[in-house]
Design a protein around this ligand. Structure first.
Ligand code: MRU
Length: 351
C-alpha cells in the first residue's frame, strides 16, 4: 500500500505529493511548524490525510516541548493546535483531529509528562490505523453501488494519497475491482492543481486499474456518450443537511450527472460530517494563490494584471447526491436524519 504519511523514529514522513507523478520523494518533518508547512503547501492533501497529519504534527510538537509542568505543556499544546488549525480552512477533518488530540490530552493530563507524550503519539498512530480501516469499510459498503461492468468518473484525488491509505472514493472503486467488477475509471484532471491527472492516475496505474484521464471540460461529453455508469467523489466537509464541499468542479460534475441520469455518490468518513454546520452556505471555502491559475508548470498563461479567482472547493447541494457512503453505512436523503443517525453511532473512546 502507498505510504502517504507515517510516524517514524525520525519524525513524520510524507510522500511529497507536489512532486508526483514524475518523482517519488519523501520528506520527514521533525517539528510541528514543518508539518504545518507541508499541509499548507499541499505536500500532503486530501481531507482525511490532513486530519491524520495534523494529529501527528500535534504529537510531534508536544514531544518536542521542554515544558516541565502539565500547565506549561497544555499552553504549548494550545499554541501548536492554533498554528496547525490555521493551515487550511475547508477540510473539517483538520479541526476534528485537533479536537480529538485536545480531548485526549484532557483525559490523560494527570499522568507524568513523558507518559502524556507517549500517549499522544499513540493516539495519532491510532487515528492513522482507524482511517485505513474506515476506508476499507467504506469500500465494502460502496462497492455494491458500483456498476458490474462500466465507467466510473471521479474528480480530484480521493485515494490512498488523500487518506492514511486505500482511499475513500478510490477505496470504493478498489473494493469493487477486488470483488471482480470490471471498472474503467475516468479521472478528471482537476484544474488547477491537477490532483486527478497527477495523483489519481498514478495511484490507479500502480494498482493496474484501467484509467483514462480527461480534462475537466470533457466530463459532459463522456456522460452523453454513455461511457459513465456512476460517479464517486470524496468530500472535505459535509454539512448536516447533506450539502457537500469538495474540490472545485465537483458541483459541475454533479449537475451534469443529474442531467444524464447518472448516480452521483460521495464517499467520506464520519469525521468529514460536520453536524454543527447546518448547510453548505456556512462551509468556509479556501481561496488559494492566483498563481495556481495564472501559471502552468512555471509558465505564465494569463496576461499581467487580469483579475483571477481561485476557490479551492465548491459546494454541491444535497439534492444532487444519490448517496453518501461512510464507514458506518450508506446514508440517503433526507440527509439531516440519515447522517445524524450514522454519526450518532459513537466510536470507541480509549482512555
Ligand atoms: O485541495 P485538496 O487536494 O486537499 O482537495 C482534496 C479534495 O477535494 C478531496 O476530494 C477530498 O479532500 C476528499 S479526500 C478523501
Amino acid at each position: 500500500m502507498i505510504q502517504t504519511l507515517e510516524w517514524t523514529d525520525q519524525g513524520v514522513r510524507f510522500i511529497d505529493q507536489t512532486k508526483l507523478p514524475t518523482e517519488e520523494v519523501y520528506v520527514t518533518c521533525t517539528t510541528h511548524e514543518q508539518v504545518a508547512d507541508v499541509i499548507r503547501n499541499m505536500v500532503v492533501r486530501g481531507a482525511p490525510a490532513i486530519g491524520v497529519a495534523a494529529a501527528m504534527g500535534i504529537a510531534l510538537g508536544v514531544s518536542n516541548s521542554t515544558a516541565e509542568s502539565t500547565g506549561d505543556l497544555k499552553r504549548d499544546l494550545d499554541q501548536i493546535c492554533d498554528l496547525i488549525g490555521k493551515t487550511r480552512p475547508t477540510a473539517v477533518n483538520l479541526f476534528w483531529a485537533i479536537r480529538r488530540m485536545q480531548e485526549k490530552f484532557e483525559r490523560i493530563r494527570i499522568r507524568p509528562i513523558p507518559q502524556i507524550k507517549r500517549d499522544l503519539i499513540e493516539e495519532a498512530r491510532r487515528m492513522h490505523a482507524e482511517d485505513i480501516a474506515a476506508n476499507q469499510a467504506m469500500g465494502r459498503h460502496g462497492a455494491t453501488l458500483m456498476p458490474n461492468d462500466g465507467g466510473v468518473l471521479t474528480h480530484c484525488n480521493a485515494g490512498a494519497l488523500a487518506t492514511a491509505g486505500y482511499g475513500t472514493a478510490l477505496g470504493v472503486i478498489r473494493a469493487a475491482v477486488e470483488q471482480g467488477k470490471k471498472i474503467h475509471v475516468y479521472a478528471d484532471e482537476t484544474r488547477p492543481f491537477l490532483q486527478g491527472s497527477r495523483l489519481t492516475a498514478w495511484e490507479l496505474m500502480k494498482d493496474g486499474i484501467p484509467t483514462t484521464v480527461i480534462s475537466d471540460n470533457m466530463a459532459g461529453a463522456m456522460m452523453s456518450q454513455g461511457k459513465i455508469g456512476a460517479i464517486v467523489v470524496g468530500a472535505d466537509r459535509i454539512a448536516a443537511n447533506g450539502d457537500v464541499a469538495n474540490k472545485i468542479g465537483t458541483y459541475t460534475v454533479a449537475i451534469l450527472a443529474k442531467e444524464h441520469g447518472i448516480p452521483f455518490y460521495v464517499a467520506a468518513p464520519i469525521s468529514t460530517v460536520d453536524l454543527a454546520c447546518a448547510d453548505g452556505s456556512r462551509i468556509p471555502i479556501e481561496q488559494r494563490n492566483a498563481r495556481e491559475i495564472t501559471h502552468i508548470a512555471g509558465k505564465q498563461m494569463v496576461p499581467d494584471g487580469v483579475e483571477v479567482e481561485n476557490p479551492a472547493f465548491d459546494v454541491t447541494p444535497a439534492k444532487y447526491v444519490a448517496a453518501i457512503i461512510t464507514e458506518k453505512g450508506i446514508a440517503r436523503a433526507p440527509y439531516d436524519q440519515s447522517l445524524r443517525a450514522l454519526a450518532g453511532q459513537q466510536a470507541e473512546v480509549h482512555p
